[in-house]
Structure formats: structure tokens, C-alpha cells
Write a protein of this length. Structure first.
Length: 201
């Protein structure tokens, strides 16, 4: 994520940029977009897939601009924008009727991979196995939207329970239930695929 700065001088706080944007300064909102473009795109790509990420990111920034007057400053602007990006991603998944695109497994995916069943003696080796990672990507991509988002934010974005629950607008205990059910669904999906592969070999 780009370091805060710009606006022809020392770093300007997000709060000041929001105030300027609300006062009609278009360059202030442009600076906010520039500052958080990578963050929003990454969130969208992890939830909806890279093919639709740019469209979802643009929707998120348009929605944030329209709702800017409602930003009260109770939380960081980045947290507020993060939740909007998650919500737009979930809305996009619900609208989409075609088969979900596999999600991007970034560096935070190892923890997820190691929670899944292994057919071999060395689970850590499987984390590095390209085929296994492709199977995990497909399985995560096929989860229901609310579970997919929970897994994406908790394991891949490596956010804590409170952050993920806040972004999804659910209690922490509900989030934990979602994660538990998602892990069970992933284990079942991978076990079924492994069984199918075994029958075809």
C-alpha cells in the first residue's frame, strides 16, 4: 500500500483528506484513492477473483465517495473503506451467476493449507505443491459467499477475529462458526476430489 503522503507537502492525514473532499476538493479524494488502491484491489481479488477485481474496486471507491459524509471518524478511514470493499465484493458474488473464479492464495495461505487433510506423510511439503494449491484455490472459490469471505479475510488477509467480524458485520462467535463450517466444507471438497482422482488413476 502506498505510504501516506502527497498533496505537495508532508503527509496529510486521512481525516484531513476526507474533510477536504467533503468541501469539494476532488484532488483530496483522488489522493485517498491513490493511497488505498492496492488495498482495495487486493481485497476484491481475494474474494471475487482477479478477473472482476478492478470492477469491484471501482465500485467500492464510488460507493465510498457517495457515503463519505457518513464517515464519522470513529474508526480509521482504512477500516471503513475495507468494510465497503468487502461488502461490494460480497454483493458482486451474489449477483454473479457463473462459476466462481478460484481465489488468489497469497503468502497467508500456508496456515489454511496446513489445516486441510493430507494424503502424504509430510503436510508441509504439500503447501509447496502447485497442484495442491490449485485444488485449495478451487475449493475456496466454490464456498458460499459468506464463508468464502470469512476464509479469505482471516486466512489469506491474516486479519484477526475482531477485524474480520467488523468487516462482515457479524459477531465474533458467528465468524468462528463460519470458519469452522468453511474448514469442514474445504476438507470434504478436497477429500472428494482426492477420492475422484484416485479412482481415475
Amino acid at each position: 500500500m502506498p505510504a501516506p503522503g502527497g498533496m505537495n507537502g508532508p503527509a496529510v492525514s486521512d481525516r484531513d483528506l476526507v474533510a477536504r473532499a467533503l468541501g469539494g476538493d476532488d484532488s483530496a479524494y483522488a489522493e485517498l484513492v491513490s493511497r488505498y488502491a492496492d488495498l482495495v484491489h487486493t481485497i476484491a481479488a481475494r474474494i471475487v477473483g482477479e478477473a472482476d477485481a478492478e470492477d469491484v474496486a471501482q465500485e467500492a471507491f464510488v460507493r465510498a465517495h457517495g457515503a463519505l459524509a457518513g464517515f464519522r471518524g470513529d474508526s480509521k478511514f482504512s477500516s471503513w473503506l475495507y468494510r465497503i470493499a468487502v461488502n461490494r465484493s460480497l454483493t458482486h458474488l451474489k449477483r454473479r451467476r457463473r462459476r466462481p473464479e478460484p481465489v488468489d492464495l497469497g503468502p497467508g495461505a500456508d496456515g489454511l493449507a496446513l489445516t486441510l487433510p493430507s494424503r502424504g506423510p509430510d503436510p508441509e511439503r504439500l503447501v509447496l505443491d502447485d497442484e495442491f494449491r490449485r485444488r485449495v484455490r478451487r475449493a475456496v472459490g466454490a464456498l458460499p459467499p459468506r464463508y468464502r469471505a470469512a476464509v479469505t479475510l482471516f486466512y489469506l488477509e491474516e486479519r484477526n477475529y475482531a477485524e474480520v467480524a467488523g468487516a462482515l458485520g457479524i459477531p465474533v462467535n458467528t465468524l468462528k462458526t463460519h470458519l469452522h463450517r468453511a474448514r469442514a466444507m474445504l476438507r470434504e471438497a478436497l477429500a472428494d476430489e482426492a477420492s475422484e482422482r484416485g479412482r481415475n488413476e
